[in-house]
Design a protein around this ligand. Structure first.
Ligand SMILES: Nc1nc2c(ncn2[C@@H]2O[C@H](COP(=O)(O)OP(=O)(O)OP(=O)(O)O)[C@@H](O)[C@H]2O)c(=O)[nH]1
Length: 563
């Protein structure tokens, strides 16, 4: 289960946040900019197309106007009275430059019928042109004129008529030369009508003066009236003279991008229109691509983080695991391996330093505990057992005696005349003597025996598990009288000392340790009273102390300095 507090989750969350933030900022700032650029590009492309078409139409119109003007200028006025020759002349010109697929007509100056026409079209010769706007204009104009777009009376095809006056030498109009061009004639407006813009867009050619669609990609619109004012605002603006690009909603409710370009020679304008859904499709594609790439970047980022993070953090989790195991006591405290020179490695180094310090403190604590333990059971000066330890051993001996019937003896020893040593040579010398005395008491003792110093110059020896308690105790007492009585040498000072020993030999089970110690003490005092340098035995039955002068007994002399 994902731990939301974990470092891994936080790094992943940070990574995802950064990616989303980066992409979000791009979407907020860069995408609208790119969209505007694409929108402008689509609009300018559409305007270019509209301008190209408009220029093409203008060129076609001008070419026809020029041709009709030139033909009117070179038509020999004399031919006006020779219809056959006039027809032949027209035929020859039309074959040379077939811009008027609806035919060339030479109209009587009063407008009643034609003088000649090519190709011949039935009924034209009797038509009355006098009331036609373009005919009237042609009579007065110096330059060629053009009719409004209209349907041909005979066939109903959409046409325009170009006309120019034919004048004689005295500049009198002798005829009007007219050329009929079908709007969908090849090379005229066919490019506009046959082509679509993109997949769903198209073109319109509009005459604002006539409020008519002159041409359209959709043939059904040709020569239909334009929408009334107020229906389409962009159309209204274009009708009023606006040329450029705009977005509008057409009659079917489809939003369109429309570009308007003028056809200067006629006052018409071309509309290149395309649904915005198609025109701005690259923008939608761009947005879609950005969203998909965002998703991809997110997925890849997540995948990389999920793959890499456990590997990067593995030393950390291993270190934590090792620390936990050490804390639980599964392993002893030990340094962690430092595998990498990074933050995790530095953490391991820090932990190892902590381990080293802990080990040092642990060792110091153990030494201190050992020392305290020793002090609790030993005499600080001589290293012999102290009183509590003696009492403990004595209690054990009493228990064993009660339980097993074993015998033991307690020897209470007190140095004779120790005070003068202190007084004469100082406490340090006294201490050194006490240490030597302790050594002599300890030498040759059995493992089970206990030698303790009670304090001052008092020593107690517990002889445990004796076969013959009396004999053994006396024997040891004699031994001590001899060894302690041997000369001492402390820093060149030599002297002798003796001891008085009180011996307790408990026989019954009912005595406590302190009672036995007290018996030995009393016996020791008895030995002192009896002259020192000897031992006394406490008699349990009488409660008396029996002195047994030692063979080693001798008078305690004042210590002498060595020579
Ligand atoms: N140097 C030294 N002297 C101590 C220590 N503890 C006690 N003493 C001295 O040892 C002496 C023991 O006194 P006593 O046993 O009365 O003197 P003593 O001269 O041995 O007298 P008797 O036992 O009657 O022969 C005293 O002077 C204490 O001050 C110690 O740790 N070091």
């Amino acid at each position: 289960m994902m731990n939301f507090q974990s470092l891994k989750f936080r790094i992943i969350a940070l990574g995802v946040t950064l990616v989303v933030l980066g992409i979000g900022l791009r979407l907020v700032f860069a995408l609208p900019f790119a969209q505007d650029q694409l929108r402008d590009l689509a609009a300018s492309q559409q305007l270019s197309i509209a301008s190209y078409i408009a220029h093409d139409i203008d060129h076609s119109i001008v070419a026809r106007q020029t041709l009709i003007g030139e033909l009117a200028g070179i038509l020999p006025p004399a031919l006006v009275r020779r219809p056959d020759e006039l027809t032949a002349w027209l035929k020859e010109r039309e074959r040379l430059n077939p811009l008027f697929n609806g035919g060339l007509l030479v109209i009587h100056p009063d407008g009643n019928g034609t003088l000649a026409s090519y190709p011949a079209a039935t009924g034209r010769e009797d038509l009355d042109f006098s009331g036609r706007e373009w005919f009237q204009a042609a009579l007065k104009a110096d330059a060629p004129v053009m009719s409004r777009p209209q349907r041909e009376q005979a066939g109903g095809d959409p046409i325009i008529i170009m006309a120019a006056p034919v004048r004689d030498a005295s500049m009198r109009v002798v005829a009007v030369l007219a050329g009929v061009a079908s709007l969908d004639a090849p090379g005229f407006l066919d490019r506009l009508q046959e082509n679509q813009l993109g997949a769903t867009g198209g073109f319109l050619l509009i005459s604002p003066a006539d409020k008519l669609f002159v041409g359209a990609s959709d043939p059904s619109m040709i020569l239909k009236p334009t929408p009334p004012q107020g229906v389409n605002l962009l159309h209204d603006r274009a009708m009023a003279g606006y040329r450029g690009v705009g977005v509008t909603v057409n009659a079917e409710g489809v939003e369109e991008l429309s570009a308007m370009a003028s056809v200067p020679s006629t006052g018409w304008f071309v509309v290149a229109r395309m649904p915005t859904a198609e025109a701005f499709r690259p923008i939608a594609a761009l947005r879609g691509f950005w969203l998909k790439s965002t998703l991809l970047v997110l997925v890849v980022t997540l995948a990389i983080l999920l793959f890499m993070l456990p590997r990067i953090l593995r030393p950390l989790t291993e270190a934590a695991q090792a620390m936990r195991e050490m804390a639980d006591g599964e392993f002893e405290l030990r340094p962690l391996p430092v595998r990498r020179n990074d933050e995790v490695g530095s953490l391991a180094l820090g932990f190892n330093y902590l381990v080293a310090r802990l080990r040092e403190k642990e060792a110091a604590l153990r030494a201190s505990q050992d020392r305290m333990e020793f002090m609790a059971h030993h005499d600080a000066l001589t290293g012999l057992f102290n009183r509590p330890m003696l009492e403990d051993r004595l209690q054990q001996a009493v228990a064993r005696a009660e339980h097993n019937g074993t015998r033991f003896a307690l020897l209470f020893c007190d140095l004779d005349g120790f005070k003068p040593v202190n007084d004469r040579y100082g406490h340090n010398v006294g201490d050194a003597v006490l240490v030597q005395v302790a050594t002599r008491f300890s030498e040759g003792r059995r493992q089970i025996d206990t030698v303790a110093r009670l304090g001052g110059d008092e020593f107690v020896i517990l002889l445990a598990d004796l076969d013959d308690a009396h004999l053994d105790a006396v024997s040891v007492a004699r031994h001590y009288l001899a060894t302690i009585g041997a000369p001492y040498d402390v820093g060149g000072i030599t002297f002798t000392l003796s001891i008085s020993i009180g011996i307790a030999l408990p026989q019954g089970p009912s005595l406590s340790g302190s009672q036995i110690l007290s018996q030995a003490d009393m016996a020791m005092y008895q030995a002192k009273r009896a002259g020192k340098n000897q031992f006394c035995l406490f008699d349990e039955e009488t409660g008396d102390c029996v002195a047994e002068p030692s063979s080693a007994a001798q008078a305690l002399d004042v210590p002498t300095r060595a020579a």
